[in-house]
Design a protein around this ligand. Structure first.
Ligand code: AMP
Length: 189
């Protein structure tokens, strides 16, 4: 099945072609239509199966479609929570690559590094935020992150997140987002 059959928009198809992806992987083929239909989804997928694109592409598409809605400064509309900074950074890079021909802005925040540059990026406004739980809550407490406009919450590597003891943080993050939202959960097990 070609990517076009997943009803993806041209700016995304162009970026996908530049990545030299011929066709969607099975996890993409199954997940993308459900995400575009605004369903909550639980996907079991290992790293390496193309799961990042399985959520990044439809999220970019949904936000792109609604882009003209407001020009009064960007609001975070998609939040991806990831257990480690390495994974968070990889997800951020993927959003940047796939979103190259949209003007959606993605940022990443994680712990173990200076918080000030992250505050600067957030102040400029982002559409999509990738974050590790602790730093996310820290920046939220300091009022640099507003989760009131989240439409889609992604819990990536959810099993690892539990193994690492992030359950309370993840619960807190979920409660800080609007009640009505789409939730996507990815787990290797
Ligand atoms: P992930 O499982 O998201 O970590 O992706 C694993 C690797 O597969 C990454 O290097 C992606 O660039 C690559 N990839 C993702 N989707 C496709 C696809 N449809 N065709 C070929 N490679 C892909």
């Amino acid at each position: 099945m070609p990517f076009k059959e997943l009803q993806l928009i041209k700016p995304l198809l162009k970026a996908i072609a530049e990545q030299n992806y011929d066709a969607p992987t099975p996890v993409q083929e199954q997940t993308i239509p459900l995400v575009l239909a605004k369903k909550d989804v639980i996907t079991t997928a290992q790293t390496g199966t193309g799961k990042t694109a399985a959520f990044a592409l439809p999220i970019l598409q949904m936000l792109f479609d609604k882009q003209d809605a407001g020009k009064k400064g960007k609001k975070i509309r998609a939040l991806i929570v990831s257990p480690t900074r390495e994974l968070a950074f990889q997800i951020y890079e993927s959003f940047k690559a796939y979103g190259k021909y949209t003007n959606l802005r993605t940022a990443v925040v994680y712990g173990g590094t200076s918080i000030e540059p992250q505050k600067d990026v957030l102040t400029k406004g982002v559409d999509i935020l990738v974050a590790t739980p602790g730093r996310l809550l820290d920046l939220h407490k300091q009022d640099f992150i507003n989760l009131d406009y989240i439409e889609t919450l992604v819990l990536d590597e959810a099993d690892l997140m539990l193994d690492m003891g992030f359950i309370d943080d993840v619960r807190k993050i979920e409660r800080l987002c609007p009640t009505e939202k789409q939730i996507l959960l990815f787990s290797a097990t």
